[in-house]
Unconditional design. Structure first.
Length: 318
């Protein structure tokens, strides 16, 4: 039986480690997951209670050893064959990678070399593509650079947000990677180098990256296209230049979908001569116009666009 360490943190990767456990488990007391490595607990909320990651809680419930530092795999002399990594949230030191007999397989939710980096799902939605997928690569010391072991494709639905697409891609990964590991460890798969000439990058998104310029929001709601405004998305890079998003109803709609559920798209509007921040939570394209479905004015609750306009009937876009 192969000995595996899983590296991961958020809730959407739990199906991956759970799939490994179910696929390789031989009986109630024997399975391949030697340990998990996850992010340490953090104080949250007003009372600053310690919050443990979903992978941490999963390991606790399964009585599987857990570490908060990748180096502990070496320090604790964990005897392992393979690592599996999915959204762990930190760089794995090269000496830890080399500790594994067959290396570490990294699950990355894009068709590499497209959208290396921390935000590939959001970038895929903003780019307007209808097909994305998952790449399983052999981890090396560079960012999402290792050779490709396998890939699978998935359709981007019109209703998808980054949240729904992420959930689906990792659920499918939980089904794919256990059977892939069998072939990989048997030497039936030869990893292929990535095409470095086709690399695109999607760095970590910050809260301010959800901003929609007000003039663009105004125009697309009115069904207009501002061809003279260059809307650059700085965290998306192609040939070391910022991705330029078309200021069209579909372009803004894709942006709103990509920003949900974090950090959520936002803009600024004037209400009674006061400049206020408004979150654009949900939109759709109707008859070549951007239709707003749900918004949240700063300090207020989430409401439908109809409710918002009833509360602020003098707002120019209502």
């Amino acid at each position: 039986m192969s000995k595996i360490v899983f590296f991961g943190t958020p809730d959407y990767v739990v199906p991956v480690v759970d799939g490994l456990l179910r696929h390789f488990r031989t009986n109630a007391n024997q399975h391949p997951i030697e340990a998990v490595v996850t992010q340490p607990p953090k104080p949250t909320g007003r009372d600053q209670r310690m919050s443990y990651s979903p992978v941490d809680e999963w390991a606790y419930n399964k009585k599987i050893p857990k570490f908060f530092d990748p180096n502990d795999v070496i320090k604790e002399h964990v005897d392992v064959d393979l690592g599996v990594l999915a959204s762990y949230g930190a760089i794995i030191p090269e000496e830890v990678i080399n500790h594994f007999r067959y290396g570490i397989l990294n699950i990355h939710p894009s068709l590499l070399p497209n959208w290396r980096g921390a935000s590939p799902i959001q970038a895929s939605l903003i780019s307007g593509k209808v097909i994305t997928g998952v790449s399983i690569i052999k981890l090396d010391e560079k960012l999402d650079h290792g050779p490709i072991v396998s890939q699978f494709k998935d359709e981007i639905l019109d209703s998808d947000t980054s949240e729904s697409l992420k959930k689906r891609l990792f659920e499918r990964s939980g089904e794919v990677i256990p059977t892939l590991i069998d072939a990989y460890l048997a030497g039936k798969i030869t990893p292929k180098k990535q095409d470095e000439k086709s690399v695109t990058l999607a760095r970590q998104i910050k809260k301010e990256d959800g901003f929609i310029p007000p003039q663009i929001l105004d125009s697309v709601i009115k069904g207009k296209v501002l061809k003279d405004i260059k809307w650059e998305i700085p965290w998306m890079r192609i040939n070391d230049e910022a991705f330029v998003l078309e200021s069209t109803p579909s372009g803004v709609n894709n942006f709103v979908r990509a920003m949900y559920s974090w950090p959520v798209a936002w803009s600024t509007i004037k209400i009674k001569k006061q400049l206020m921040r408004i979150k654009i939570i949900k939109t759709h394209v109707s008859e070549s116009q951007l239709s707003i479905d749900e918004v949240q004015l700063e300090g207020k609750s989430v409401v439908s666009w109809k409710q918002f306009c009833e509360g602020y009937p003098d707002f120019k876009l209502c």
